[in-house]
Write a protein that binds this ligand. Structure first.
Ligand SMILES: N[C@@H](CCC(=O)N[C@@H](CS)C(=O)NCC(=O)O)C(=O)O
Length: 340
């Protein structure tokens, strides 16, 4: 009798715990905290950087604002956790952050062994090299024996070793933990070359004392598909992040932006625009979000092009062209699956 009681009590506790675990989906957890906790970098111009007022700004930051807009209808309901390249994965695994949006390359090992889910590609990049112009070289093939500034915990480190080995060249690594340290080391002449994602080189050059004294060599030695990621194990949370990114890309493709989205919500006849903005279908409800979640994303943060141009585009100090990140209809490879 006593044993039965214990068994029943134990079963009840198990059921309760399981119930709690099920109730504690990431979406529910974020809603109950009242804000999204987003991991970004420690500071990289155009991508994620705190401004003079301490507010985070940038391309990677805006994606987190878009997720907050989708969930709360308010892009400010997000807190940012700066992470170094090395720390970022532990921060996500431990639950300290809900999502990581920080120029992170999608690789097999990160996806599978580290237990993450990449939600798409927000920026197609590749690794490049920057040197001082007065070094007088034009090609990465001339870098034999160079000292190279490089950040730890990155794909950059691994690609660099591959590239030099393949080309039968040697290098001397000067390793640092943050992009600020990398830039300072390079500017102080502690290394001949600075290597990272090409977008990162543009960002770093824009923050240098004399950007015109440096040049980026033509070789791009790797594929760096950068995008947001979450932990394995909560498929709905992954779906939300994936379809927020897709909403921004689709909005650009369909010509929906923060300026015309109100008008289109009222008057659009194109069925895909109507589904995107929640005036037709149940796209949001399928994700556990309001049906007009993408309307909030576009109205409050913007479509992909608006976010790109505002933070990193040709009119900004980074001056990045769309290149591969143009829509598939414009010669790029940006391609969202359909909103249906
Ligand atoms: N995409 C590469 C490199 C990412 C990376 O951390 N790049 C540096 C240089 S651009 C950076 O963002 N640093 C920002 C920081 O240290 O906070 C990766 O995922 O490993």
């Amino acid at each position: 009798m006593k044993l039965t009681k214990i068994f029943v009590a134990a079963a009840a506790v198990t059921a309760l715990t399981a119930g709690t675990a099920a109730a504690q989906s990431t979406l529910e957890n974020v809603k109950s905290k009242g804000q999204l906790q987003c991991g970004v970098s420690t500071g990289l111009a155009g991508f994620s950087q705190a401004n003079d007022q301490g507010e985070w700004e940038g391309f990677d930051v805006d994606y987190c604002r878009a997720v907050a807009a989708a969930i709360f209808g308010d892009p400010m309901k997000v807190a940012f956790t700066p992470t170094t390249a090395k720390e970022r994965f532990t921060a996500l695994q431990s639950g300290e952050i809900d999502i990581l949006s920080r120029n992170t390359t999608w690789t097999l090992t990160r996806d599978v062994q580290l237990g993450f889910e990449f939600l798409g590609v927000s920026y197609y990049d590749g690794q490049g090299f920057m040197i001082r112009k007065d070094m007088g070289i034009d090609s990465a093939k001339q870098l034999d024996g160079a000292s190279v500034c490089i950040q730890t915990g990155t794909t950059t480190e691994l690609n660099l070793a591959d590239y030099f080995r393949t080309n039968d060249m040697s290098f001397e690594p000067v390793t640092v933990d943050t992009s600020d340290q990398a830039r300072e080391a390079y500017e102080a002449g502690r290394c001949d070359v600075y290597t990272t994602d090409a977008s990162g080189l543009a960002a770093q050059r824009s923050s240098m004392a004399d950007p015109s004294a440096h040049k980026i060599l033509p070789e791009i030695i790797s594929k760096e598909p950068l995008g947001p990621l979450v932990r394995h194990g909560d498929a709905n949370w992954g779906d939300i992040g994936r379809w927020v990114l897709n909403a921004m890309i689709t909005a650009e493709e369909l010509g929906v932006n923060s300026g015309n989205v109100d008008d289109l919500k009222e008057n659009a006849e194109n069925p895909e625009v109507r589904r995107l903005l929640g005036t037709e279908g149940e796209m949001g409800a399928q994700l556990g979000l309001p049906n007009d979640f993408a309307y909030n994303v576009i109205k409050q943060v913007g479509n992909y092009a608006e976010v790109f141009e505002r933070n990193i585009g040709v009119e900004t100090p980074l001056g990045l062209e769309r290149g591969l990140n143009a829509q598939w209809k414009d010669g790029g490879i940006l391609y969202s699956p359909p909103y249906r």
